[in-house]
Write a protein that binds this ligand. Structure first.
Ligand SMILES: *Cc1c(COP(=O)(O)O)cnc(C)c1O
Length: 430
């Protein structure tokens, strides 16, 4: 049996409109979707053959390049051996090997891995671990702490801890109990610690969830590592579990394997997804310390973590992650990461004094600049910028008045220069 090709000559963009509902889209106000036909390395190709440099690595996933042959081969071998099996009662080699390899590069206190499918579920599980950890110990701690302007995903629990979701209106009354603190700055950290210390005396906070060093959806806002370290230290003194959401920052983007590697105090729980599987298949992991795991380890069934997703530890996804880790640790990829860091630094030196640039910032391969013009998150000027980049064959996705680059590690020097050129011409346009 095969599907009959539609007889019309309508483009994919036209056919798309009939039955598809896209994320983050108000369809009544949105132009047609662009159909992407294929991708390779740092490039996307649309259905008409026009190429675009993927300047945001398709939401920070395919860091080793699209359709990477090494990863494709490993995954297709795995797919022919074992496609899918229940992970409750069974185990398999890709998951076991991935656990061994990932634990080697995670912060040293991480011991156990719990699988799921996407960044939001990794966060849901992190939240549930933090809440149930205290519950299992007979302590009543039901409030969570999070940073202002954080983003942790779009499922209900993850939405509750995010403050950024601008369109949360219909759900706000249903959210779990969350209190917020500002991200640390050198000027504000003393006040933050004082207020926090007073608040912690009530012993009712279960966990603190944070994007370490870089808040992605907040437009790549960056904060002080030393200040974050002091916050984590204080929270740990008060037995608050620290949950690092490294869904965006993980796997080399900050110049180290994980953003938490820049900070002395290590998280109790870490959420991973996005680049975990090198952009090939959806998967997520929530890792934790032995101490967290031990709070669930009991002769009492009800103390277990009774959470599951059907595709938990999907074998091909595990093999994509294993291949990705091998690439991340290769000398070639580490050299690429350093090359991009140095390249962005040079570009930064050049644009930071441009009259249209308010400020610039960089953390590892993440580079962002704020325009000194007023813009709405999804307004007209934002669309003009987006179209300018796409016309130039560059896929960048400005957030508010921020233009940022988070390109795959395999982006060549020439491709980087093309991205910079299109940003230069955008600056002269706004
Ligand atoms: C993208 C993201 C999420 C959500 O991940 P999804 O896979 O989109 O559900 C959570 N936290 C951070 C920091 C993210 O960047």
């Amino acid at each position: 049996m095969s599907f009959t090709e539609p007889k019309t000559l309508e483009s994919l963009s036209q056919r798309d409109k009939k039955h598809l509902w896209h994320p983050l889209t108000q369809h009544k106000l949105h132009p047609d979707m662009l159909a992407i036909a294929k991708a390779k390395g740092a490039l996307l190709y649309d259905e008409h053959g026009k190429e675009y440099i993927d300047g945001i690595a398709s939401w920070y996933t395919c860091m080793y390049g699209h359709c990477n042959d090494f990863i494709l081969n490993k995954v297709s071998e795995q797919m022919q051996r074992l496609d899918q099996v229940v992970f409750s009662g069974f185990t398999h080699e890709p998951a076991v090997r991935l656990s061994e390899e990932l634990i080697k590069i995670l912060p040293a206190n991480q011991e156990k891995l719990f699988f799921s499918d996407n960044g939001s579920t990794a966060v849901e599980i992190g939240i549930k671990m933090a809440l149930q950890y205290h519950y299992n110990k007979g302590e009543k701690r039901r409030t969570l702490l999070a940073f202002e302007n954080g983003f942790h995903g779009d499922t209900l629990g993850a939405m509750s801890v995010s403050s950024l979701s601008v369109y949360n209106g219909p759900f706000e009354d249903l959210f779990i109990d969350v209190e917020r603190i500002p991200v640390p700055t050198v000027e504000s950290i003393a006040d933050t610690l004082k207020t926090l210390d007073a608040r912690l005396q009530r012993n009712d906070i279960a966990g603190f969830i944070y994007e370490p060093l870089v808040q992605g959806a907040a437009a790549m806002k960056m904060h002080d590592a030393d200040g974050l370290d002091q916050i984590l230290k204080l929270l740990k003194q008060h037995k608050v579990l620290c949950v690092a959401d490294e869904v965006m920052t993980g796997f080399g983007k900050t110049g180290k394997n994980f953003a938490s590697d820049h900070i002395a105090t290590k998280p109790d729980i870490i959420c991973l997804s996005k680049a975990l599987t090198a952009g090939l298949l959806p998967m997520a992991i929530t890792s934790c310390t032995q101490e967290v795991y031990d709070a669930f380890y009991s002769n009492d069934m009800t103390k277990g973590l009774f959470h599951a997703h059907t595709y938990t530890a999907n074998p091909p996804a595990c093999s994509a992650a294993l291949a990705g880790l091998e690439l991340l640790r290769s000398e070639e990829m580490q050299t690429n990461i350093q090359r991009i860091i140095a390249s962005h630094r040079q570009f930064d030196d050049e644009v930071k004094d441009h009259p249209k640039v308010e400020s610039t910032r960089q953390c590892g391969v993440i580079f962002a600049l704020d325009l000194n013009v007023k813009m709405e998150r999804y307004g007209n000027l934002r669309d003009t910028l987006l179209n300018h980049f796409m016309d130039n064959g560059i896929f960048l996705r400005p957030l508010g008045n921020t233009i940022y680059i988070l390109a795959p590690y395999v982006t060549s020097d020439r491709q980087l220069q093309k991205i910079y050129d299109s940003i230069r011409s955008a600056l002269n346009m706004v």
